[in-house]
Design a protein around this ligand. Structure first.
Ligand SMILES: *Cc1c(COP(=O)(O)O)cnc(C)c1O
Length: 336
């Protein structure tokens, strides 16, 4: 959803933890300056797409402490992504230590809420081998970049997004649906660019065969009088940590939560009285106000920001910034 704020992701922390993998071993963590990488032009990643990443945030609490949100979940997911891409799987302890070291080294850059320090662990195949199309990279680089970011929408306000439903073109391939890899974004980009050009839509909701998966970089949730409805995890879309957090908080607040297959027709029935929101680490929970269906423009509710979206978004941000108690053990304090 980077179109919302031009600045998201263009400013970086000064230092990053790195580890290189070769001969089947991970080197001990090394702290490096964030600057240009030196890569051989034959590096596996440049030719055969051996790359995956994560995205998580560190928030400044109301008590002044910096806290990483759901570190364990992001570490687990990165390991699963690495496995699917036939990249070496970083040990949980190493990856955790590298993320903590990076946040610690840049902790003075964690802005006050609603800003945060966005953390981007990245793993790439670096072996120089253009004959390696059918074999995994024998060398890899893991690094933890971070970026202080402002409020996603800029200016502190929240506004409703315009989205279109894509019923034919897939976002990615079935085997890669649940993986956080740049390759998935490359596959979805043409569809997204076209939706923006033709309809002025910022988001594409992928629903091949009429069954809802997710938007290009965020999960889809429906809120309404009947409670919360969202597609069940089936490997076709990325299982978001924000999605899981919102569902947990919603259940806790007494909403009925249903995870099951959701069709486009159901979404159309839902929108006159309900809300649609997109969830992801970057945007937290973003409302969809306008939906294009077969090129026709429809309002979601009154076209603005719905009350359930606002309430759940606030509940999540309150945990992240320690304004409310962390009852689920989601946050981890990082000392300077
Ligand atoms: C990262 C991502 C999301 C959101 O996941 P979070 O863990 O909530 O940040 C959703 N869809 C895709 C395709 C993603 O890459």
């Amino acid at each position: 959803m980077s179109s919302v704020s031009k600045k998201f992701g263009k400013k970086f922390g000064e230092r990053m933890a790195t580890s290189r993998w070769s001969s089947g071993e991970w080197a001990p963590l090394s702290m490096e300056k964030v600057e240009e990488l030196s890569l051989h032009p034959a590096s596996h990643v440049l030719h055969y797409g051996s790359a995956c990443f994560e995205g998580l945030k560190t928030h400044r609490g109301v008590d002044g402490h910096a806290r990483i949100f759901r570190l364990d979940r992001h570490v687990e997911r990165m390991r699963r992504s690495a496995e699917t891409l036939c990249l070496p799987i970083p040990p949980s302890e190493l990856l955790t230590e590298m993320i903590l070291a990076t946040v610690q080294a840049n902790v003075h850059l964690v802005p006050d809420s609603p800003g945060s320090l966005y953390v981007r662990p990245t793993l790439i195949g670096t072996e120089p081998n253009i004959g390696g199309a059918l074999s995994p990279a024998g060398e890899a680089l893991l690094f933890i970049l971070c970026s202080p970011v402002g409020d996603y929408f800029g200016g502190g306000g929240i506004r409703a997004l315009r989205a279109t439903i894509e019923r034919e073109k897939p976002r990615t391939t079935p085997r890669f649906g649940g993986v956080k890899a740049g390759a998935n974004y490359a596959m979805a980009l043409g569809v997204t660019v076209e939706a923006k050009r033709r309809l002025g839509a910022e988001q594409v909701i992928f629903a091949p065969g009429g069954r809802i998966q997710e938007a290009g970089a965020s999960n889809l949730l429906l809120f309404g009088p009947a409670g919360v409805l969202t597609p069940e995890v089936d490997g076709s879309f990325l299982e978001g940590v924000t999605r899981d957090s919102i569902l947990t908080l919603a259940r806790d607040l007494g909403y009925e939560v249903a995870e099951r297959p959701v069709t486009v027709d159901e979404v159309l029935d839902w929108i006159p009285k309900g809300e649609i929101a997109l969830s992801g680490t970057a945007a937290v929970l973003a409302p969809v106000g306008t939906l294009f269906v077969n090129g026709e423009e429809r309002s979601v509710g009154d076209g603005g920001v719905g009350p359930i979206t606002l309430k759940l978004r606030q509940a999540l941000m309150d945990v992240q910034t320690a304004r409310s108690e962390d009852r689920f053990g989601w946050t981890r304090v990082v000392e300077a």
